[in-house]
Ligand binder design. Structure first.
Ligand SMILES: [Zn+2]
Ligand SMILES: [Zn+2]
Length: 432
């Protein structure tokens, strides 16, 4: 049959466009077997059946069409929209992932110069934005599963690529969550495996910094994952408890208010160990975190998440206190001040929370919804303005401190471990 032209549809092609709205997969499958059916046919606006299915949020239909050879990167649409853009607009993160897995290009822009992630952000589909921004093709990990150059062995045993990819793709950077992910995959729970995995993360971090269009965000994420894996490794070498005590130590709250100071210190440490001192992203993170006393807002975790994941990190309030998953609905029934995604997460945190639970219960005078993020959620425009003012004030203060400290980031975050290991980054103009 001829190459598809806009609006030139056979009877079967018209019929399948009708079926997509209804989501009738089995009828669609019959139509796809017809002689007069082209899976990449175009309606009068240049939309393929896959674009329709993505936009209407029909996951099974998308699967079926992709199986029949639908072109995920077709962009004959009158305004240059792709199937990935339609998936992002629909707000379906599963369909967005499916398009990415099928090889959708993330950098393609529509007729007004917007990428799929930017379009999804524009309509407030922040889950889809973070899925797109965090997409990491499995092939980039699989590359390390065959020996390269002079190597006799691959850097990454093939069996580890799957579990590691799962960690790389996570949009929740909470260190507890990441340790739980390691704990949940038996293949990773061994010193040798962790060594190999963090080695590959370090190599990827380097790659991201070297490549032509340098990707500092991805580099920072790879580095952060490497730090978490190294932390797990150090722990496993000390004891054979499947990381239980590591989870506990990350959830150990400060006596006075339950603040997770070990997590705060860990994340600050990870940031200061970033291997590329000149990176603008590193400077930005340090400026935001350095002036903040441990225990105050913003936490290093929120600053890091914001930088790597975008604004969704700030506008959504209901995070699980233990693992950082969003959409946590269960509150501590006594103090009502902490939220969890599951009973398991509440149990994990209880050993630490019980020390402050009754103190947290005492109601503050007028507004008992004290946590900053929750208080701001009701009015997002206020949130944006206040956050901007807040961060600007922080930057000014940090700038003064950066100058005072001779421009090196390590001292600013006050991490004891970095001074023990020497400065992270040597600068020529710095005198000891
Ligand atoms: Zn949780
Ligand atoms: Zn409580």
């Amino acid at each position: 049959m001829a190459a598809p032209q806009k609006g030139d549809l056979s009877a079967s092609e018209r019929a399948i466009l009708e079926l997509i709205s209804a989501g009738d997969v089995s009828e669609a499958e019959k139509l796809l077997a017809n002689q007069d059916m082209r899976v990449n046919c175009l309606d009068e606006f240049g939309m393929t059946p896959l674009m329709h299915a993505a936009y209407k949020g029909k996951a099974h239909m998308c699967q079926l069409l992709l199986r029949h050879g639908a072109d995920v990167n077709c962009n004959q649409h009158e305004y240059g929209y792709t199937a990935l853009m339609f998936a992002g607009l629909s707000g379906k993160s599963d369909i967005t992932t499916m398009m990415l897995d099928a090889g959708a290009e993330v950098d393609v822009v529509n007729s007004v110069g917007r990428t799929a992630a930017q379009m999804a952000a524009f309509v407030g589909q922040h889950d889809c934005v973070s899925v797109i921004n965090n997409f990491f093709p499995r092939a980039r990990l699989d590359y390390f599963t065959t020996p390269q150059g002079q190597d006799m062995e691959p850097k990454l045993p093939p069996k580890l690529a799957g579990p590691l990819h799962k960690i790389v793709m996570t949009t929740n950077l909470n260190p507890v969550k990441m340790v739980l992910l390691v704990q949940g995959s038996p293949l990773l729970l061994a010193a040798e495996a962790l060594e190999q995995c963090y080695g590959v993360m370090d190599l990827l971090c380097e790659q991201c910094l070297r490549q032509q269009d340098m990707n500092e965000v991805l580099a920072m994420k790879m580095h952060y994952i490497s730090c978490v894996l190294q932390r797990c490794l150090t722990h496993l070498r000390g004891r054979d408890d499947h990381l239980d005590a590591l989870v506990m130590s990350l959830l150990e709250g400060r006596d006075s208010d339950g603040f997770l100071q070990n997590q705060e210190k860990f994340i600050r440490e990870c940031i200061t160990k970033f291997p590329h001192c000149e990176a603008a992203l590193l400077q930005q993170l340090v400026k935001s975190i350095a002036p903040v006393e441990i225990g105050d807002d913003p936490t290093a975790f929120s600053v890091l998440t914001q930088a790597l994941m975008g604004q969704m990190a700030l506008v959504d309030a209901d995070f699980c206190f233990t693992c950082g998953e969003r959409g946590a609905k269960k509150r501590c029934s006594y103090c009502k001040s902490v939220t969890y995604c599951s009973v398991a997460c509440q149990r994990l945190h209880w050993f630490s929370h019980k020390k402050v639970c009754s103190a947290l219960r005492a109601p503050p005078v007028a507004n008992h919804d004290t946590p900053r993020i929750r208080e701001l959620k009701d009015d997002e425009s206020d949130l944006v303005r206040e956050t901007a003012n807040f961060l600007q004030a922080l930057c000014v203060r940090a700038e003064e401190q950066v100058v005072a400290a001779g421009g090196c980031t390590a001292e600013l975050l006050g991490c004891p471990s970095t001074s023990a290991q020497g400065p992270v980054c040597e600068r020529e103009d710095q005198q000891p």
